[in-house]
Design a protein around this ligand. Sequence first.
Ligand SMILES: *Cc1c(COP(=O)(O)O)cnc(C)c1O
Length: 228
Amino acid sequence: MIQESLKSVLSTITAPTRLIAVSKTKPVEDLWEAYNAGQRLFGENKALEMRDKHEVLPKDIEWHFIGHLQTNKIKYIIPYVALIHSIDSLNLLSAVEKEAAKHDRVVDCLLQFHIATEETKFGLDLAEAQQLLLSEEYKSMTHIRIVGVMGMATNTPDTDLIRKEFHTLHDYQQQLKKQYFQDKPEFKEISMGMSGDYQIAMEEGSTLVRVGSAIFGARNYNIPVNDK
Ligand SMILES: *Cc1c(COP(=O)(O)O)cnc(C)c1O
């Protein structure tokens, strides 16, 4: 089942866009199924759940942290995380910097933007991101690397609105690139698009799509995960 869904999702994704299989709440057996079909990028949104899965799964998996990150949980992901998608404050970035220094790592991060009309979603606006990037504190960091932006569109059937929001995120990425990352070729990632809207996201320039339920099926939030 999972292998079939994965194949059908993959058949709609074209380079340079990469697929992150969002496996949050799903048991390790489900990740094995995707792994055995060749999938190597996985996305999780809880630090302890990701740590537990990392411990038992093959070490060539690229782990993407896509959820809201609490500073006291950073330590559970820093030794191995491939990309943190959810940097939404200077304070959080500083905490990642400190933990990454302890492990002598340079950790790749994305700035998360609030592009949806909904109030509930985390993220920066453009002015806040610019303020962060201009701060002396950010400029002194040597154990993090900002490689792009991330955002979530409004959960709505209005595809015009979704497209507009993704377009805005792409536009932010281009503006920031021009202003602060001219000489940084690594600043190229745009993480946008989920099961319901990743086709629109790709049309608007997404380089990383985060697809969960279209691969693994609907999530059952009644299953306890150990760091709620
Ligand atoms: C859960 C989640 C996804 C995947 O959502 P689906 O609709 O299941 O594809 C993508 N991005 C983030 C940040 C998520 O939390």
